[in-house]
Write a protein that binds this ligand. Structure first.
Ligand SMILES: *Cc1c(COP(=O)(O)O)cnc(C)c1O
Length: 416
């Protein structure tokens, strides 16, 4: 079995190890929740200071031009693009994941309705286990349109292909499941959706910055994703939306605000969409928050997704190995796939007292999180997680389980 000394050796040989110093993490904390809120890049503090004191404080409204505020959604989109296999001019960082999903779904339904051969399709396919906001946005949009659209919820990945049929207008899937860490086969499902005449929208919330992505190669139609998880953009940082060039002319979304206009400063009374990715924008962006996203992207620019993926798999393999070897006497069940190709960058175990055990872990400085039902979720972010952290986290977990040192009557917090 792997020892703590082996873990320290692996850390000393890890090419990504120096990047940890670019994050401000409390020294005693083992942070395994970067899949929910990424750690703070050290540079974000000075960047925030500069945005607020100089760009806002001194330069005031001139900063829309002199500090590049107006172009920020596109500039950041171009910097994010290589992480997801997108081209320049295909991504904007803007709005929330929920809002971008609304735009993407509405645009995809519009593209289908505009095609006489496909316009009769009325089903939006997604998974029952999807993150709730994704389902809610699909339900909200389809119900609101009042054109007979309905959402089909599929119960397992194995049933997906059969559920995507000649009635399907749009398939909307989250690439890596937030609860289980299951990773879909994007290429196969995109090809199947297309063979059935459907378009496919991918949510990359748990994929961007966590697993290598190649949206063009894998046949995605549209995609959205989050920047405050693995991309370390800061709490509530704006999300992103990808519209490939081949779909940009047909992409029409109903949140037609002035930032998406072809000539926003012409102040024309009629909306005309911008050429290109600009039409995915809506209104004025939260610049201070948006600026923080760049600090996270700066760190990704110093490595590549292949190196991140290799370490991510090594960390998650190690965690599974150690939990099974050292906590095997306890009723823990792995819900994350062992197969690398089907695994994201997290590991989830169920335990009958999962919530209480997670609270005990957090109290001892191992921060993961809990998701119903009974799932303890551990996120592994290769930019700042060490092999020794994995060993220490399992050591503390074993101690808690062996000593039954958790309170099964603990009151539940709203968020964690
Ligand atoms: C985190 C996450 C979101 C978050 O959406 P917000 O609009 O930022 O609240 C959406 N979808 C999935 C799949 C997520 O994992």
């Amino acid at each position: 079995m792997t020892t703590r000394k082996d873990c320290l050796t692996r850390d000393s040989q890890d090419a990504l190890a120096p990047l940890r110093a670019q994050f401000d993490l409390p020294p005693e904390l083992i942070y395994l929740d970067g899949n929910s809120l990424g750690a703070r890049p050290r540079a974000a503090l000075a960047r925030a200071q500069d945005v607020i004191a100089r760009e806002w404080g001194q330069d005031l409204i001139r900063s829309w031009n002199t500090a590049g505020w107006f172009d920020l959604p596109k500039r950041l989109g171009d910097r994010l693009a290589p992480l997801i296999g997108a081209g320049a001019g295909e991504v904007v960082v803007t709005d929330s994941t929920s809002v971008n999903l609304f735009k993407a779904l509405a645009a995809a339904l519009h593209m289908q309705a505009a095609d006489p051969a496909r316009g009769e399709r009325r089903v939006l396919v997604t998974e029952r286990s999807n993150f709730p906001t994704d389902i809610y946005m699909a339900q909200g949009l389809s119900g609101w349109l009042q054109r007979g659209y309905r959402v089909r919820l599929v119960d397992s990945p194995a049933e997906l292909e059969a559920a995507i049929d000649a009635d399907s207008a749009v398939v909307m899937l989250t690439h890596v499941n937030y609860r289980t860490g299951y990773q879909h086969d994007m290429a196969a499902l995109s090809a199947h959706a297309h063979a059935q005449g459907a378009l496919i929208v991918w949510d990359l919330a748990h994929s961007a910055g966590a697993v290598p992505l190649d949206l063009h190669r894998d046949g995605a139609d549209l995609a959205v994703g989050c920047t405050y998880k693995y991309l370390n953009g800061g709490p509530g940082a704006p999300a992103f939306i990808w519209v490939p060039r081949r779909h940009q002319a047909a992409f029409r979304q109903p949140l037609s605000g002035w930032w998406g206009h072809a000539a926003p400063f012409a102040m024309a009374p009629d909306f005309a969409p911008a050429d290109g990715i600009g039409r995915a924008l809506c209104g004025t962006q939260p610049i201070a928050s948006l600026a923080m996203v760049e600090c996270g992207l700066d760190i990704f620019a110093q490595t590549d997704m292949a190196a991140i993926r290799a370490k991510s798999l090594a960390l998650t393999d190690l965690f599974i190995e150690l939990v099974e070897a050292r906590c095997g006497a306890h009723p823990l069940e792995l819900v994350t796939p062992r197969q690398h190709a089907r695994r994201g960058s997290q590991v989830s175990f169920t335990h009958p007292h999962g919530y209480a055990v997670m609270q005990a872990l957090i109290a001892r400085g191992v921060v993961g999180d809990y998701r119903e039902p009974a799932i303890m979720r551990f996120g592994f972010t290769p930019l700042y997680t060490r092999y020794a952290d994995v060993w220490d986290a399992v050591d503390i977990l074993r101690d808690i389980l062996d000593g039954q040192a958790y309170d099964i009557d603990a009151a539940r917090d709203a968020v964690t």
